[in-house]
Design a protein around this ligand. Structure first.
Ligand SMILES: [Zn+2]
Length: 375
């Protein structure tokens, strides 16, 4: 097949895919060029002027059975999955010998601070959880990248991050000691569309324990998770004590056994490549204790536009298996954050998946070098 023909057919495939399943998607966004470059063979099965369904034929599903499958997609959704040759299609993309995995979810990013939505999608991240952004976040269009987030983190007057990188609205300040004010801040952010609540436990001005407890309780009334920035053992312990659900970073100071135990039934976002310190050793202990591990990079603080090989490598150093890394990137965050459209390749889910050279359960670094990203 000539290069010219291949490009034309894949162009049709992408237009058929669209991004109609994404509530924040722009239908006019031009797909990143890397989406179309490296599929080995593309076979038209019918008139190339017709729309969908498109079938990705011959790959194996990560975590699935031994047999290759057909995955049919149209209008941004997975329509059907079946044995090879059993799903009718107008356009067939031959991905024989490849592996398919759900698109990645970065559970800690800053996609307003570092606007790179298209590049993240091209690199395998199809959804991101933003962990601090100015209020304009709530009305921002991120195109093909599905983004949920906290909006501004709730902090003390003059508290982190308002005196540094987050001076332009990344923190919503509450007077220290004002418990009703802290509760009102939660209500206001949720009303604007916050999908989670974020608070910092950082040097400088801080909210009181009573305020933090009230924020956690109010977030839970709204059905939202409370994410806490806490890098020391004492702050991680405090975060558990006030009722937080997830550590925004794996702490960098060695954790005491009691702190590991306190977090064993909660979740931790790795962000190992962001800070270093004892984070790798802490993640190993937290994972062994049973904590839910979520892949996250603190994108904005880090700069890898897509699934990060550095982050995956450090998770491997922490003893996280390939299948567990894949889960931390897909099924676990989809369940934790309530991203029901993501985390699996299944009928009805968004057509947001990776075509991979290897089995990610065996070699998770293949996730950081997708052959193609279908979105
Ligand atoms: Zn962050």
């Amino acid at each position: 097949m000539t290069r010219r023909l291949r490009t034309a057919i894949i162009g049709l495939c992408l237009s058929a895919l669209g991004c109609g399943g994404c509530s924040t998607a722009s239908t006019s966004e031009t797909p990143p060029a890397v989406l179309v470059e490296t599929v080995d063979t593309v076979t038209p099965a019918a008139d190339a002027g017709a729309l969908a369904p498109t079938v990705y034929r011959g790959a194996r599903l990560s975590g699935g059975g031994p047999d290759p499958v057909d995955v049919a997609v149209a209008n941004g959704r997975v329509l059907a999955i079946g044995p090879v040759g059993t799903v009718a299609a107008e356009v067939v993309v031959d991905v024989t010998g490849r592996w398919l995995a759900p698109g990645g979810i970065d559970s800690h990013g800053h996609v307003v601070y570092a606007p790179a939505a298209s590049a993240l999608v091209a690199g395998g991240i199809v959804a991101a959880v933003d962990h601090a952004a100015p209020p304009a976040f709530f009305t921002t269009d991120f195109g093909a990248l599905h983004v949920v987030g906290s909006g501004p983190m709730i902090t003390a007057t003059m508290g982190y991050p308002t005196q540094g990188w987050g001076a332009d609205g990344y923190g919503r300040e509450v007077i220290v000691g004002d418990v009703p004010g802290a509760v009102a801040a939660v209500d206001a952010l949720v009303a604007q569309g916050a999908a989670l609540v974020k608070v910092p436990l950082a040097p400088g001005a801080r909210l009181t324990t009573a305020q933090l407890e009230a924020i956690a309780a109010r977030a839970h009334v709204h059905g939202k998770k409370l994410s806490v920035h806490a890098l020391t053992d004492a702050d991680a312990a405090l975060a558990a004590a006030i009722g937080a659900d997830v550590l925004a970073h794996c702490p960098t100071e060695p954790l005491k056994d009691a702190t590991v135990t306190a977090w064993s039934t909660r979740a931790v976002i790795a962000t190992l490549s962001a800070f270093g310190g004892a984070s790798v050793a802490n993640l190993k202990r937290l994972a062994q204790a049973g904590a839910t591990v979520l892949y996250g990079t603190d994108f904005g603080n880090t700069t890898v536009e897509g699934i990060s090989p550095a982050e995956i490598g450090l998770m491997q150093q922490a003893g996280i298996s390939g299948s567990a890394i894949l889960a931390a990137l897909t099924t676990a965050p989809a369940a934790f954050w309530g991203l029901a459209d993501h985390g699996a390749i299944a009928p009805g889910k968004r057509a947001a998946f990776l075509v991979l050279a290897k089995d990610p359960g065996v070699d998770p670094l293949t996730l950081a070098a997708p052959v193609t990203v279908v979105r």
